[in-house]
Design a protein around this ligand. Sequence first.
Ligand SMILES: [Zn+2]
Ligand SMILES: [Zn+2]
Length: 290
Amino acid sequence: MAIEIACTVMNWTNYHMHTFYCDGKCTVEEHARQAIENQMLAIGFSSHAPVPFQSDWHMKQEDLKAYLQDIKHAKEAHPQLQIYTGLEVDFIPDVIGPGDFEAYKLDVIVGSVHYIGQYADGEYFCMDFTAEELARGLREVYADDVQAMVRAYYERVQMMVKYDPPDIIGHLDLIKKLNKGNRFFDETQAWYKEIVAETIELISNSSCIVEVNTRGFYQGKTTEFYPSKWILELCFAKNIPVTISSDAHHFSELENNFEEVAVLLLNIGYKEVKAYLNDAWTSMRLLSNG
Ligand SMILES: [Zn+2]
Ligand SMILES: [Zn+2]
């Protein structure tokens, strides 16, 4: 985070994208080329940071250097595009968090909660994998208490914001990813609204940016973006800055649904979005067409 400069030009930016170093499908170079073709202003890479346990969707610790090298090379090869380093870092209390990657001097860190507790054998419970896995975790880790599980999710987001804040909070209401048709809970219930409002209040006292992440929507998993419109309205009421991202796992997904997000944000009242430009967070005037 650095000095703010007002800026009136609007072109799409996206600081949430994954490469083949984690579970993304494409190279750094492929993303950069597509971003140039799309005439994007800036992109930031955020492959899943290594975790200190077995995982098939996070980067291996030994690949981190090569990943950063690839980004450096792309930067040198494509001076017409602003390209930034970054990681999507899991927050697991006492295990891993954004602060663990300070030494790498990354430009942008997306902090995300994907794990909410552990199974009896010590395996971490990942709540954004499949509905079956979510049901298993709900049963085995939370004794079928949905409210306890959802609260545990937001409590972890709150802990991250308080004790280990990233630049960007990843997919703020990811807990709804597998909840289509209210399979597990109802977003309109008072207890859910309360825990979300409490989380928003905390974020408003931090320097974190909330991303409007289109991935769940374009994957057909959610009917709204992350976070839902009513949560973005709370963010707006509390002056919480936002940025638009697609959580791309393929270069073809770099700007998915960005125009719809811009229209949504304008309707809510947002006039600006945050962008990391010239090595600093900047406010950009929001236009509906990039
Ligand atoms: Zn994520
Ligand atoms: Zn991601």
